[in-house]
Design a protein around this ligand. Structure first.
Ligand code: CO
Length: 175
């Protein structure tokens, strides 16, 4: 019997969030269990996307769901963004690794991604709107890039106290 994996969220400023994630080499049942566990964590935390470093894994895996309908579950392994295009749009973004913080972030409207599904089948698809937004955010996690890095100077000032609070909480949990 396969037991599902129970993942905890990795919160800012945990250094694992700063590591560049590594490609997945083997598409096996362990990978499927990881993807399942990531979907479970994302949904339990009311998120729309989650990247593997956010559950402590240095792997190029991300999951997302823009609607909350299970038919819209999407998982991407070894994902690359091959093109970004369209107008640069401002949108209020949150992140499960930055609880309580929402910041207006500017990103291009569309992106084309190449990836594999968890069974190893190749995917190449263009996304726009909310799904493109989530993909670009989660992709950043695989490169060690975080919400705070994308904030404008004004947003950084606005969230200074909340960010410092996360750092203080992380440090006191490690003591
Ligand atoms: Co995030």
């Amino acid at each position: 019997m396969t037991q599902s994996l129970e993942f905890q969220l990795t919160l800012y400023p945990d250094p694992i969030l700063r590591k560049v994630a590594e490609p997945v080499a083997v598409f096996d049942s362990e990978l499927e269990r990881i993807v399942e566990g990531m979907f479970a964590r994302m949904k339990a935390s009311h998120g729309v996307g989650l990247a593997a470093p956010q559950v402590g894994l240095k792997k190029r895996i991300l999951v997302l769901n823009p609607t909350g309908e299970s038919a819209d579950d999407m998982a991407f392994v070894n994902v690359e963004i091959v093109e970004r295009s369209g107008a640069r749009v401002l949108f209020d973004e949150g992140c499960l690794s930055f609880p309580g913080i929402y910041a207006e972030i500017e990103r291009p409207e569309r992106c084309i991604v190449k990836a594999c599904d968890p069974q190893g089948n190749p995917i190449e698809r263009e996304f726009d709107g909310f799904t493109s937004r989530i993909l670009q955010h989660e992709y950043d996690h695989l490169e060690g890039v975080l919400l705070v890095d994308r904030m404008s100077p004004a947003e950084k000032v606005r969230h200074k106290a909340a960010l410092e609070e996360l750092v203080a909480r992380y440090n006191s949990a490690r003591r």
